[in-house]
Design a protein around this ligand. Structure first.
Ligand code: SF4
Ligand code: SF4
Length: 170
């Protein structure tokens, strides 16, 4: 498939969860040849190819930001010198299917999060508000596979999470 056609098909699609240290998307495509070296190097085994390019799948494990994927990339599509504070914008999103939001005590994700970024607050009707402290969340994705009800997704918040100074409900 020609790259022009590839870009056309991608337009309008959900943003891909590239491995950390990935160059900005357009540059990434021009450098990455889909060799799969990053996926083979990942000790967490969370990188897979989708449409010939690597993405992270958080359904089995989270990212430790070890940088092995970037070190394995000899095309420069992943660059270990990239500042993740600025480039890695993914954060956890608690979806409406969260059991606690419907009055069932679960909190499996709370125990999984080393950053203590998942917060619970009593709400009306015996329910619970569940939200992510964006300043604390690193976007590691560990909570995603901890959820027994598939109620956590990864999302890039509308605002840069590093610019937020207070708790944000997503
Ligand atoms: S930083 Fe490490 S754990 Fe994360 S995707 Fe790359 S190789 Fe895997
Ligand atoms: S993505 Fe990681 S840091 Fe963020 S809430 Fe989930 S487990 Fe915690």
């Amino acid at each position: 498939m020609e790259r022009r056609e590839f870009f056309r098909r991608l337009s309008g699609q959900k943003q891909a969860t590239r491995p950390p240290y990935a160059l900005p998307e357009e540059t990434f495509y021009s450098q990455c040849d889909g060799c799969n070296a990053c996926a083979k190097a990942c000790p967490q085994n969370i990188i897979q190819l989708a449409s010939g390019f690597p993405i992270i799948n958080f359904n089995q494990a989270g990212c430790t930001f070890c940088g092995h994927c970037a070190a394995a990339c000899d095309r420069g599509a992943l660059d270990g010198a990239i500042d993740l504070e600025k480039s890695w914008q993914w954060r956890a999103l608690i979806k409406s299917t969260c059991l606690d939001k419907h009055g069932v005590v679960c909190r499996a994700c709370e125990a999984s999060c080393e950053e203590d970024a998942i917060k619970f607050r009593p709400a009306l009707g015996g329910k619970t508000d569940v939200f992510i402290l964006l300043k604390a969340c690193t976007g590691c994705g560990v909570c995603v596979f901890s959820c027994p009800n598939n109620a956590i997704d990864m999302k890039i918040p509308d605002s840069n999470p590093n610019s937020l100074i207070k708790e944000a409900v997503v």
